[in-house]
Design a protein around this ligand. Structure first.
Ligand SMILES: Cc1ncc(C[n+]2csc(CCOP(=O)(O)OP(=O)(O)O)c2C)c(N)n1
Length: 837
C-alpha cells in the first residue's frame, strides 16, 4: 500500500501544502512570477491537481479543467518522495517515474524556488496527523570494514571486480516471432477497399495513440504522429511486393502498418512491452519488423535513404528482383546523407525509390525556411534521376506513380525520387502546440482528408471500415496495456549477433615474411574467393586505393565486387550497413581513419544499434577497414589513431592488430563475423614485415596475444606500438630486464584476463598507445588492472601516449609527438626504479 490512504487524503495534503507555499513569501514570489499552470496527475488514486500560478491570486484546483503549461504524471508515492526532497526530478523524468509533458524545461526551472518547500511538507503532514510513516521503508545502512580480510585479499587477483565486455554469444538468443505475410487483393475494387481499410487503420492507430500519450499512458516523451499522411504510406507500400523493403523515419507508424505490420505488436512496442515487435528495445522511433520487409524506423533524420541504398545494393549484387524504398520528410532532403545516397544510387543504377513525404515542415520550420527550392522533386535532376511530384493526399495518384517507378527500378531502370505533397495534422511531436502554423492552414488541409476522400469515392462499399479500424486499434491498445514487461535481464541480449564458431588460437608452422599490406591483401583475396557475398567498397580501391592495399583484386573479382565509390563516406558506410542487413558481407574502406568523423552516424547510430533496437531481428556483418597513425608527414587531419573514440559505443567490435600475421588472421575472422567490426590498420605497419603462416589462419576476436613472454614488466601496446614495444624489449634485454609484450588485438572486446595474468606475474604495467592518453586505451587497461589487481602492483602503472595536442607536420615535431622506443624504455625503467626505492 502507498503512503496516502486515498485520493481525499492526498488532495487534503496538497491543498494545505499549496496554501502554506503561497503564504511563504520566499517561495510564493518566484513561483508566481513564472505564471505557469502546473498539473499533477496521480493515476493510482485517480486524482488530477492543478497549481495555477497564472491565476490572480494563485489557485489550487482538484479538477482537470483548463489548459496546463506542464503536466507531471506520477504515482502518489513518487509525489510523496518528491516533496520530502528525496527524488531527483530530472532522473525521475528520464527513468519514466515521472512522465512530464509540455514546458518541462520551464517546470524544472521552478526547482530552486520549490526546494524550501521540502521543509514545509513534513510540517504539513504533522499538522494533518499524517506524520506516521513518512520515514517508513527507509533502512539505514551500516558500513563495516574487515581490515584483515582486505589485507589477505591484497595480493590475489580478483577477476570479479572487472566486468567482462559484452561479447557475441555462442548460441542464438531468444528472438521475436515473425509476422505472417499477407497478399494484397488483385482485383481493382477490392484493392481500393483494402487501401482504405489500411488508411483508416493508420488514422485510428495514430489518433488513439495520441490520446494515450495525452493521458500519460506511454513511456516516452516523443511520439510523432502521421495523421493526414496516410495516402503516401498506403499508396507507396501497395506498390511493393512482400519481399521489397522499406526504410522509414521517426514518423514511421503509418509506413509500417501499410507494409503489413500487425497493429497489436506495433502498439505493444510503443508501450515498450515484451511482445512488442522489437521486444521493447526499439520503441516508436525505431520500430521494425523484418518479416514484412521493414529495415527499420530511424531516429536519425537522413539515415533512411542510406539504408535503402544499401539494401538495393544487396539486391543488385545478388541479382534479386527486389526494390528498396526510403521514406523521409522534406526536412531530410537538406541532409548530406540524402544527397550522397541519391548520387551513389544513380551512379550504380540501384533499384531504390526515394519517397519524400513533403508535409511542409521540418520540425517547426517551414520548407521555405530551409531551402529556396519549391518543388523538392527537382532535386533529382542534380543526380541524373527522374523526380516526380504528386498530390500526396490522393492515394490513387501516389499508387499509380509509385507502381511505375518501382517497376522501372525492378527491371534495372535505376532509382527515382518521388515527392508526395501532404500535411501532418498534429504537431511535430505530441505536446508541440504548433504555434508556427495557423489554425486556418490546418483546417484547410483537414478539409482535404485523404481517408474521407477515398471513402467518398468508394461510396457504400466503404461503410463500416472506419469503425472496423477503430475496433482493431482499441483491441491493439488493450493488448499493449495488458502485455507483460520485458525481463530486466533482456537489456543485455541482442547487443551482438551470435558467433557459434570462435577460432582457436593456433601455432603457425610454415611462415613467410610479408608486410601487413600484403597480409591484408591476402586476407581479402581469400575471403572474396571463399564467399560471394563478400564485396569491397571504397574510394579508388579498384586501382589499389591510396595506399595500394587492395592492389590487383579487381582483376580477379571484377568491378561489381570491388566497387569504387564517389567521395561520399556516409554513403559508403550507410550503404554498407543496409547491404549487411540484407545478406552481403561488405568490407568498406575509409581512406584515412581521420575521415571516420565525417561518417560517424552509420557506425555509431546504425551499425552498432540496429541489431539491438530491432530486438535481434537484424545482423550487421560488415567490416570497416581504415588506416591511421602518424609517421608519413601528413599532419593533424591524416595521422590520428581513433580506436578509442569508438570504444564507448556498445555494439561494435574494434580491432587494431599490431603484427602482419594478425592483420591477416584477424581480418579474415572479422569478415566472417556477423557483427560490425571497425578494423584499424596502421600505415607504418603496412610497410612492416613479419612472419605470416602460409596456411590459412583465423584469429579469435577478443583474445589478446602475448607476442613476447617476459617476467619483469608487462607492456600492453596497441596497433603499431606493439612493434615499438618489441624493440624496447629487445633493447632492455641485454640489461637483464625481461619484458612481456601483449597485443590486445581487439580493443573491444578487451581481453583483460590475459593482461591481468601477466601483471600478476610481473607486477608492473606500462601501456603504450599512439593517441593521447586522456580517456584512452591505456586508461581503460589501468582501470581494470587497478580494480582487479591493485594490491599486486609493485609500482604505479605508466601510460605512454601522444602529447595532448594534434599531430604536427614538421618531422622533428611529429617524431617528438608520438611514442618511440626511447620513451617506452624510460617508462619501463621508471616502473623498476620505483620498486627499488
Ligand atoms: C540528424 C538529426 N538531426 C535532427 C534531428 C531532430 N529531428 C527529429 S525529426 C526532425 C524534423 C524532420 O523533418 P522532416 O524530415 O521534414 O520529417 P517530418 O518530421 O516532417 O516527418 C528533426 C529536426 C534528428 N532526429 N536527427
Amino acid at each position: 500500500m502507498g503512503f496516502y490512504r486515498d485520493r481525499a487524503e492526498l488532495e487534503r495534503v496538497m491543498a494545505r501544502l499549496f496554501e502554506r507555499l503561497m503564504r511563504t513569501a520566499d517561495i510564493a514570489g518566484p513561483l508566481t512570477r513564472t505564471g505557469l499552470v502546473v498539473r499533477f496527475r496521480y493515476p493510482d488514486l485517480d486524482s488530477v491537481l492543478t497549481f495555477d500560478l497564472k491565476h490572480q491570486p494563485p489557485e489550487f484546483r482538484t479538477d482537470p479543467s483548463g489548459n496546463a503549461d506542464v503536466e507531471m504524471v506520477q504515482s502518489s508515492d513518487t509525489a510523496h518522495e518528491f516533496w520530502r526532497g528525496k527524488l531527483n526530478p530530472v532522473r525521475a523524468i528520464a527513468t519514466g517515474r515521472v512522465r512530464a509533458r509540455g514546458d518541462v524545461a520551464g517546470a524544472l526551472k521552478l526547482l530552486p524556488a520549490i526546494r524550501p518547500a521540502f521543509g514545509i511538507y513534513p510540517e504539513v503532514l504533522t499538522e494533518l496527523g499524517l506524520a506516521r510513516s513518512a520515514e517508513s521503508g527507509e533502512k539505514r545502512r551500516r558500513f563495516s570494514f574487515d581490515f584483515r580480510r582486505w589485507l589477505r585479499k591484497r595480493h590475489t587477483l580478483d577477476l570479479r571486480r572487472v566486468a567482462d565486455d559484452a561479447r557475441p554469444p555462442r548460441a542464438p538468443e531468444p528472438s521475436v516471432p515473425r509476422t505472417e505475410a499477407r497478399a494484397l487483393p488483385v482485383e481493382e475494387k477490392e484493392l481500393r477497399l483494402e487501401m482504405l481499410r489500411r488508411m483508416w487503420l493508420i488514422r485510428e492507430f495514430e489518433e488513439q495513440l495520441g490520446a494515450e500519450w495525452q493521458s500519460g499512458g506511454l513511456p516516452t516523451a516523443a511520439i510523432h504522429l502521421s495523421s493526414g499522411q496516410e495516402a503516401v504510406a498506403v499508396g507507396v507500400c501497395f506498390a511493393l511486393e512482400n519481399d521489397d523493403v522499406i526504410a522509414t523515419t521517426h514518423r514511421g507508424h503509418g509506413h509500417m502498418l501499410a507494409k503489413g505490420a500487425p497493429a497489436d505488436r506495433m502498439m505493444a512496442e510503443i508501450f515498450g512491452k515484451e511482445p512488442g515487435l522489437c521486444a521493447g528495445k526499439g520503441g516508436s522511433m525505431h520500430v521494425t519488423d523484418a518479416s514484412i520487409g521493414a529495415i527499420g524506423a530511424n531516429g536519425i533524420v537522413g539515415a533512411s535513404p542510406l539504408l535503402a541504398l544499401g539494401a538495393a545494393l544487396a539486391f543488385q549484387q545478388r541479382k534479386e528482383p527486389r526494390v528498396a524504398v526510403a521514406f523521409m520528410g522534406d526536412g531530410a532532403t537538406n541532409q548530406g546523407m540524402f544527397h550522397e545516397a541519391l548520387n551513389l544510387a544513380s551512379v550504380w543504377q540501384l533499384p531504390v525509390l526515394f519517397v519524400v513525404e513533403n508535409n511542409g515542415y521540418g520540425e517547426f520550420t517551414p520548407q521555405s525556411g530551409s531551402t529556396r527550392i519549391e518543388q523538392l522533386a527537382t532535386r533529382a535532376a542534380a543526380y541524373g534521376i527522374p523526380g516526380v511530384r504528386v498530390d500526396g493526399n490522393d492515394v490513387g495518384a501516389v499508387h499509380r506513380t509509385a507502381l511505375e517507378l518501382v517497376r522501372k527500378a525492378r527491371s534495372g531502370g535505376g532509382p527515382a525520387l518521388l515527392e508526395c505533397v501532404t500535411y501532418r495534422w498534429h504537431g511535430h511531436m505530441e505536446g508541440d502546440p504548433g504555434s508556427y502554423r495557423s489554425q486556418a492552414e490546418v483546417e484547410a488541409w483537414k478539409a482535404k482528408d485523404p481517408c474521407r476522400a477515398l471513402a467518398e469515392a468508394l461510396g457504400k462499399d466503404a461503410d463500416g471500415l472506419e469503425e472496423g479500424a477503430r475496433g482493431e486499434v482499441s483491441a491493439a491498445l488493450d493488448f499493449a496495456r495488458s502485455a507483460s514487461e520485458p525481463a530486466v535481464s533482456s537489456r543485455i541480449t541482442h547487443v551482438f549477433s551470435p558467433e557459434p564458431e570462435r577460432p582457436e588460437p593456433t601455432t603457425a608452422r610454415r611462415t613467410e615474411m610479408l608486410t601487413a599490406s600484403a597480409a591484408i591483401n591476402r586476407a581479402l583475396r581469400e575471403e572474396l574467393t571463399r564467399d560471394t557475398n563478400v564485396m569491397l567498397l571504397g574510394e579508388d580501391i579498384a586501382l589499389g586505393g591510396y595506399l595500394a592495399v587492395t592492389q590487383g583484386l579487381v582483376d580477379e573479382f571484377g568491378r561489381e565486387r570491388i566497387r569504387d565509390t564517389p567521395i561520399s563516406e556516409n554513403a559508403i558506410l550507410g550503404g554498407a550497413v543496409g547491404a549487411a542487413m540484407n545478406g552481403l558481407r561488405p568490407v568498406a574502406e575509409i581512406l584515412f581513419s581521420d575521415f571516420l568523423t565525417v561518417c560517424a552516424d552509420p557506425i555509431v547510430n546504425q551499425a552498432a544499434k540496429l541489431r539491438y533496437m530491432s530486438g535481434g531481428q537484424y545482423s550487421v556483418p560488415m567490416v570497416v577497414r581504415t588506416p591511421g597513425g602518424a609517421g608519413l608527414g601528413m599532419a593533424a587531419q591524416h595521422s590520428q589513431c581513433l580506436e578509442t573514440l569508438f570504444m564507448n559505443i556498445p555494439g561494435l567490435i574494434i580491432a587494431a592488430p599490431g603484427t602482419p600475421r594478425d592483420c591477416r588472421a584477424l581480418l579474415k575472422t572479422a569478415i566472417r563475423s556477423d557483427n560490425p567490426v571497425l578494423f584499424f590498420e596502421h600505415k607504418l605497419l603496412y610497410l612492416t614485415e613479419g612472419p605470416v603462416p602460409v596456411d590459412e589462419e583465423l584469429a579469435p576476436l577478443g583474445v589478446a596475444r602475448v607476442v613476447r613472454p617476459g617476467k619483469d614488466v608487462t607492456i600492453v601496446a596497441l596497433s603499431y606500438m606493439v612493434q615499438v614495444a618489441l624493440e624496447a624489449a629487445q633493447e632492455l634485454a641485454p640489461r637483464g630486464i625481461d619484458v612481456e609484450v601483449i597485443d590486445p588485438r581487439t580493443v573491444v572486446p578487451l581481453d583483460h584476463r590475459t593482461i591481468l595474468e601477466s601483471v600478476a606475474k610481473t607486477r608492473r604495467l606500462v601501456t603504450v598507445e599512439e593517441s593521447p592518453v586522456r580517456g584512452g586505451f591505456g586508461a581503460e587497461v589501468v582501470a581494470r588492472v587497478a580494480a582487479a589487481a591493485h594490491g599486486m602492483l609493485a609500482a604505479p602503472p605508466v601510460r605512454v601516449g601522444a602529447g595532448d595536442h594534434p599531430v604536427p607536420y614538421n618531422k622533428a615535431l611529429e617524431c617528438a609527438s608520438v611514442p618511440d622506443v626511447a620513451r617506452v624504455v624510460s617508462a619501463v625503467e621508471a616502473c623498476l626504479r620505483i620498486e627499488k626505492m
